[in-house]
Design a protein. Structure first.
Length: 447
């Protein structure tokens, strides 16, 4: 596809037609991408950028098998979920094989937000309770019901004050959270402090007569700053909450489909026996084609039906979206991409740690597989976030043709979650540029 408008004209028209709140990356000089392939994207001038952040193009931008399968299915039939078709069944079978046996009921949706919203409906129907428990700095989507839970958003948006039915627990972030690994280096001890914190929030809410239906948690917290929790946190809090009848949801929208390198779903990296009540997935599922899902247990869906609910979603589970999902799973298997995420992720973390050892600006390098965060700080002792420096690095990386994003509550964490076909050469390119920029910035700071 060629450019239809010049970049300047596109910007001018976008300002007129597209609401200002739908922000662009690099808004001072946004990128106009016209083509993409594998781990690279190309602008209208033909410049080639290494994509370190697009976890939607999971198996690589415009993967030929996925695009060919979508094209073929689009030409064959595109109906809705009210007709029998093999594709939603084949996809459900493949997905459920990767999950605990009890999780075998699949609702197809068009977005992660819809999947999380639907889970809340099911949980409320089943428990008869209304309230929701979430981590601090969480993000679970843009619908009214889920943006209310997303303190990542409402902290900065005056219109979205926390609601009475939303109970927020401290994120078990041992680097920057409430309990840090500088004071209590034993991870298990830190974990227990965070578990206690959650129990206190639940007990306090219940003491005020509030009744909690569901706990939502990302398996690794992404927008909150690429956080990996202490190893036993999920097991302990699920045990506590499920014994109280509070249902547990893992949001795998950012983290699923083998990104962790060792397990298909990130929650499985903590404990092989964990069995949440809901798993929500999206983003990577169609490699760019809009498809998402809620996977849950039969007693919950039967209860929903018994209460008279009929679920219909016009586009959810259509044959084309499901074909995209099947193709993605096939590519992950055929190209061994989970193993690639493990091997390349380990290599990248090692290289980033080497860089981190050279510059005090790098406070922490953490991650699993190709889900990695580099936290930038001003002061080793206080861990004061290096907000301006992070911004500078972000822009300088772009000058070197590397697309990166910043996240975390202070926007001081370099967020790395590329397509899982990322190669060691891609890592070398990224690290060479990052090293160069950190050297430049450190020299400037020493002037
Ligand atoms: N959950 C998480 C963890 C997300 O990161 C997102 C999107 N960034 C969503 C849910 C919502 O997904 P969608 O944008 O597809 O509605």
């Amino acid at each position: 596809f060629k450019e239809f408008y010049s970049k300047e004209k596109t910007i001018e028209l976008r300002q007129h037609y597209i609401p200002i709140c739908t922000q662009l990356f690099y808004h001072d000089n946004p990128l106009k991408i016209v083509r993409a392939s594998g781990t690279y994207m190309y602008d209208q001038l033909g410049n080639k950028y290494l994509d370190c952040i697009n976890n939607v193009a999971h198996v690589g931008h415009c993967h030929p098998h996925v695009t060919q399968q979508v094209h073929k299915q689009t030409g064959a039939c595109e109906t809705n979920n009210r007709y029998l078709h093999d594709n939603p069944i084949i996809l459900a079978e493949k997905l459920c094989k990767t999950l605990p046996e009890d999780l075998h009921q699949v609702f197809y949706t068009n977005s992660g937000s819809e999947a999380n919203d639907l889970a809340m409906r099911l949980a409320r129907e089943y428990t008869g309770n209304y309230d929701v428990l979430v981590l601090d700095n969480a993000y679970h989507g843009h619908l009214t019901s889920v943006v209310e839970l997303s303190s990542y958003k409402f902290k900065n948006e005056k219109i979205n004050k926390p609601k009475e039915h939303v109970h927020i627990v401290s994120t078990p972030d041992v680097y920057r959270g409430k309990y840090r690994n500088d004071e209590h280096t034993d991870e298990e001890k830190l974990c227990d402090l965070y578990v206690k914190d959650l129990m206190n929030v639940v007990e306090d809410a219940e003491g005020r007569g509030r009744k909690i239906a569901i706990f939502l948690i990302e398996s690794f917290q992404s927008c909150g700053g690429q956080i990996i929790y202490p190893q036993t946190y999920l097991k302990k809090v699920f045990k506590y909450l499920q014994s109280k009848g509070i249902l547990c949801l893992v949001d795998e929208v950012q983290t699923g489909f083998g990104r962790s390198g060792t397990h298909f779903w990130a929650f499985q990296t903590y404990d092989g026996d964990l069995c949440p009540d809901f798993v929500t997935i999206g983003k990577s599922m169609g490699n760019g084609h809009p498809v998402a899902a809620l996977i849950t247990k039969k007693f919950l869906t039967e209860n929903f039906y018994k209460n008279g609910v009929e679920y219909f979603n016009t586009f959810g589970g259509n044959p084309v979206s499901c074909r995209a999902g099947i193709a993605v799973l096939d590519v992950i298997g055929k190209e061994n991409l989970m193993e690639n995420a493990r091997e390349v992720g380990e290599y990248l973390i090692m290289k980033l740690k080497e860089i981190g050892n050279t510059y005090t600006l790098v406070g922490d390098v953490r991650g699993r597989g190709l889900f990695i965060g580099v936290e930038l700080i001003k002061n080793v002792k206080t861990r004061e976030p290096a907000i301006d420096e992070a911004k500078q690095i972000h822009y300088k990386l772009l000058e070197h043709f590397v697309i990166m994003s910043l996240d975390g509550p202070d926007h001081n964490v370099l967020k790395i979650k590329p397509p899982v076909c990322f190669s060691k050469d891609d890592c070398d390119f990224l690290c060479e540029k990052l090293n160069l920029i950190l050297k430049e910035i450190s020299l400037e700071e020493n002037k």
